[in-house]
Design a protein around this ligand. Sequence first.
Ligand code: GDG
Length: 601
Amino acid sequence: MSFLQKRSSDTKFYIFSLFGALAAVISLITVFIAQISLRGWIKGMRALLKGEGLVNPFLHVGTPELRPIVKDLRVLIRDLETERRAKDENQISWSPRALKEILNKELTGDEILIVSNREPYIHVKKNDQIEVQFPASGLVTALEPIMRACSGTWIAHGGGNADREVVDKHDHIKVPPENPSYQIRRVWLSKEEEQGYYYGFANEGIWPLCHIAHVRPVFRSQDWTQYVAVNEKFAKTVVEEAKTDDPVVLVQDYHFALLPKMIRERLPKATVITFWHIPFPNSEVFGICPWRDEILDGLLGSSILGFHTRFHCNNFLDSVDRFLECRIDRETSIVSYKGVSTAINHYPISIEYPAKWLEDQKPIAECRKHIRGINGFPKDRMLGIGIDRLDYTKGILERFLAVERLFELEPKWIGKFTFVQIAAPSRTSLDQYQTFDAAVRSLATKINKRFGKEGYEPICLKIEHHEPRQVYEYYRGVDLCFISSLHDGMNLVAKEFVASRDDEQGVLILSQFTGAARELPEALIVNPYNIDQCAAALHIALEMPMGEQRDRIRSMRGLIQEFNVFRWAGRMLLDAARLRQRTRLFGHIQDRYLGKAQSKL
Ligand code: GDG
């Protein structure tokens, strides 16, 4: 071996030895850390087996280097919970009873408060008699069965002209009138408050801002002042009604964007679940609101913030990202802002199934006969139905234009088909709604003049409030239901129509711009702006064979049965229950091992 060869082999030997030594040191360190962690875990497991609780595995996390483990564990628990939630949810048969059991088991003894603008029962005086009315409101339709199942207190604006006459000295009244199971706490508003908060900011500002219906929102600073004041008033009422310092408060809709934060300031331990019943616009549109930051800031006082669709969750997150300084975890959809974490999730709302309004309904054949009888229609008249609040977002004009186009394209339906439009008057003191009311009446008159004849009107327009039992009788007595919303968070009429058809007949025509269209693809999905397409859908519906009607409606009924309103509420309450358990658990860990200074870990 030459000198040069020997030197090169020595160098290789040294390099190998060096790597060997390094590897040994790294292994030793790894084993050492693993030992420490393992001991902690074993100790924890032993403690768990001894029944000392879950918190013991963290006995050693006071050591700063091991703190990341707590963080990882939080993520792990959250992932496990998500998996468990999906499993749990599918196994439950969702009914009022199931919901009650969940409340008793998961939210033992926790009190439930609901806050909404609209109350579920309105007392009105007519000819010196006090009547109880059930309002035309999707929100009330969905939440009333939940309250019947859970009891608790529903805080709402007392808007009926006889509301004050029937409450006790604490402004409470027990409902439902026929079988009381929960109470309403009525909040009184002055004319100025109602004008600024409800008609002004909520309905001339936020409502058009959130719906793509090409109606320009109006923002007035005096309306905003009332909106803030009324949100404050409801926050104080929540505190008055709460019997504990950590109630579960369900805040409803765009009337109360500031309330979640106001509740959190007064009751920091409360679990605030906010549900936004209407669409949430993209950030560019939302950005035009002069008080956009305050609205986002208020909503982020919620523990959970729900929308009907993932799309609207994403719009909200984009606005938060664009306008506030906060942290957004896109994977879990959790926003951390000013020390509060808000989980953003989609919870598509639904209806009570089976609906209580179906309990004493007559068989379908009788409903068909009765509906034709009271309206003076012949027995064989084909009927379509539209049921809405009289609102410019519902596409009522487009619906009438589609009926007109049907007659132009398929004249054979003239005289044989009538479209009945029930429109409950809504927000009647606003100019936009008065103009819309006039436009609807005038278009119906024009079409009736053009295609009607003695004893026949193609469009039967009923601008008046109907009781739910009458509404359900119409659903059962017609051949098709046409929903042409220009934009709609969900649209419960679609689900009510399907649920009411226990004969598995009837066709649903549904706007693609409703949340419901994502869940009910078996409907005839249309673009309400495409009048020819809607007319074609009417024609297809009127000629659809019974077998096809059955197949479509059966599938949709199956979905509504499985995903009813009890499941909607149950999912949110289960999420709230887990959040409370997790908060208690981590509160305990923090206090005991990490100290309050580490609370943002
Ligand atoms: C908002 C969102 C979302 C209709 N006329 C009468 C009457 N109705 C009932 C219907 C139905 C309810 O009103 C309307 O519900 P929608 O869901 O269609 O619409 P909104 O009121 O705009 O509700 C909507 C909903 O919140 C829930 O989250 O789906 O997207 O805009 O139940 O049957 N009820 C009575 N008389 C009538 O004349 N009693």
